[in-house]
Design a binder for this molecule. Sequence first.
Ligand code: ASP
Length: 341
Amino acid sequence: MLRGLLWLVVVIFAMRCTSNNSTKQQTDKVRPDYVLVIHGGAGTLSRQKMSAEQEARYRAALDSALQVGEAILASGGTALDAVTETVAWLEDCPLFNAGRGAVFTHEGRNELDASIMDGRDQRAGAVGGVTIVKNPIRLARTVMEKSPHVFLVGPGAERFALENGLDTVSPSWFFTQERWEALQRVLKNGGEMGRVSSDQADYLFSTVGAVALDRQGNLAAATSTGGMTNKRWNRLGDSPVIGAGTYASNDGCAVSCTGHGEYFIRYAVAHDVWARMVYGGASLQEAAREVVMKKLVEKGGEGGLIAVDKSGTIAMSFNSEGMYRGYARPGERKVAIFADE
Ligand code: ASP
């Protein structure tokens, strides 16, 4: 009798320990207050090909961009505002291939593409081939909020920008000597789109993007680019294509891509990551890895992506040498470039 009672006490004690453990595991997984993840493009980025000054400049720029979005999220702002302002900051920074500092087309022009998506209701806005709008990401957001459409291109998109009072500039605002010289090198080397050269610190892709989770649990994604050097015939890449370069839905994740856009369009990369999670039951990191390291590698599509899911988990996957990237969450801000960090 007494032995039986003793056993009961032991069993109850053991059960309480187990249930305490599982509660502990759950609290460990509590969603962070906010998360912001950014990229500044993926490509041939290795320590040998980059000077210390260049590296420091990029790290400082990524850190400043994170601070812009983090200030919004930390004060209770929306994921949508955080990704808009972070990407607008990166567009104004001439180091990246978006806004000022965009790459040149075959004809020596800067044609800019951008898109944005709100995970709350999957509203989206996108623009392609604009040449006078200072911040294409703001135009994409205005398309989402003030037009009945999702995707506007070329002169029509510019008319819409003027009608809605967006900041416009002369096309020469986007000019940088470095990108101009990159076009000249491509033209001299036979003109393959995007490939600048294999033996220097050039990289193929340097589109910018941001994804965020806010305090209310909402997700958003934004991407902006000049496309690929030497592109022709009003080519559009994946960056302004919802489901290819950008996707966000509160029931899964928010994704922004960078890489050889034709592949990202054909394999609906951003949407594929979301679908593997929501339909396939994969974790965010599994989904991102499968798409970037398996599918795209098999198909020959170079690049990478950043993503955040509704529980605040982050993925930053790339199959190229490196990717400009970073993230911020309460108490932690980190930037990285190379594969081994
Ligand atoms: N994905 C962009 C495009 O194909 C290029 C980039 O990521 O830099 O237009």
